[in-house]
Design a protein. Structure first.
Length: 259
C-alpha cells in the first residue's frame, strides 16, 4: 500500500511541476494549485479506503508456532485469571488495549469463550499485558489502569471500560473509568500516577518475548497441570484476531486429550 501511495503522490507532483513550468499567468498557477489540492484529497481518500479494507480483512491464519516458540511449561503467577483454578485447559492472552485486533477479539470471541468454556469450567483464561508502545502511546498507562483496578478486585471490569472506549485512553479518561466502576479513586490514582505496576508489565512482556510474541493479540493454549494449577504446558499458538472456530478446534482437541 505504501509503495502505491508513494508512486501516486510522486506522479502527481511531477504532473504539477511540468504544468507549472508551462503556466504563463498567475491564474493558471492558481488553477494548478487547486488541481494539486484535489489530487491530495483523492490520495487521502484512497489511503482511508485501503486502511478500512485492511481493518476489515481477516487476520492471518494461526501458525503452528511463532519464531522462538517451543512447547513449554508456563507459570501463571499473579496474572489476572478468569475461570476455575483447575479447568483442564488454560488460555494465556498477550494483549494491548489500543490494539484494534485485540478489541475485535474482546467483542467477537470472548463472549462466546466465556459462555461455552470459561463459565462451564472447561477453560481458565489468563491475561497478560503487552503494550506496543512504539505504535500505541496510551497502551502502557491503559495496562497500568487495568492492573491498578485489579488491586481492588475489578480487573475485568476495567478491561471492559478500556476496550469499549479504546479511542479515549488518556490518563484523565482512565481515572473517569475508575470512578465509573466504583473503585476507590484516591487509591487508584495513586497507583496509576506512581506507575506501580511497571515491573509487572515488564515481566509480562519479557515472558511474551520468550514465547515469541511479536504482536497482539497472541494466544497460547495448553493443558493445566492438575497437580499444580499454577502451571500450564502450552502447546498451541493462535496469532491475531481469529474466529471462534479456531479456538474451538484447539480447545476441543485438548479437552479430549485431557480425558
Amino acid at each position: 500500500m505504501k509503495a502505491f501511495l508513494k508512486v501516486f503522490f510522486i506522479a502527481s507532483l511531477l504532473l504539477f511541476s511540468v504544468s507549472a513550468w508551462s503556466a504563463s499567468t498567475k491564474e493558471e498557477i492558481l488553477e494548478l494549485r487547486v488541481q494539486v489540492e484535489e489530487i491530495q484529497n483523492d490520495l487521502a481518500e484512497i489511503k482511508r479506503l485501503l486502511q478500512d479494507g485492511a481493518a476489515r480483512a481477516p487476520a492471518a491464519a494461526p501458525t503452528a508456532a511463532p519464531p522462538g516458540f517451543a512447547e513449554q511449561e508456563v507459570s501463571i503467577g499473579d496474572s489476572p485469571v478468569m475461570g476455575k483454578e483447575k479447568a483442564p485447559v488454560t488460555i494465556i492472552e498477550y494483549s494491548d488495549y489500543q490494539c484494534p485486533f485485540c478489541a475485535r477479539n474482546f467483542n467477537d470471541v470472548m463472549p462466546i469463550l466465556e459462555e461455552e468454556y470459561i463459565d462451564t469450567g472447561k477453560v481458565k483464561f489468563v491475561m497478560r499485558e503487552n503494550p506496543l508502545t512504539n505504535l500505541h502511546p496510551d497502551a502502557m498507562k491503559a495496562s497500568m489502569a487495568a492492573l491498578c483496578a485489579g488491586d481492588q478486585g475489578k480487573y475485568w471490569e476495567m478491561q471492559k471500560e478500556l476496550f469499549t472506549n479504546q479511542k479515549q485512553l488518556k490518563e484523565d479518561n482512565l481515572k473517569t473509568y475508575a470512578a465509573n466502576i466504583g473503585l476507590n479513586t484516591a487509591s487508584f490514582n495513586e497507583c496509576l500516577d506512581g506507575n506501580q505496576h511497571q515491573s509487572t508489565i515488564s515481566k509480562d512482556m519479557a515472558s511474551g518475548a520468550k514465547l515469541g510474541v511479536r504482536g497482539t493479540p497472541g494466544f497460547f493454549i495448553g493443558l493445566t497441570d492438575q497437580s499444580d494449577p499454577d502451571k500450564v504446558n502450552v502447546t498451541v499458538f493462535i496469532k491475531g484476531a481469529q474466529s471462534i472456530e479456531q479456538f474451538r478446534a484447539s480447545i476441543d482437541d485438548m479437552l479430549k486429550s485431557a480425558k
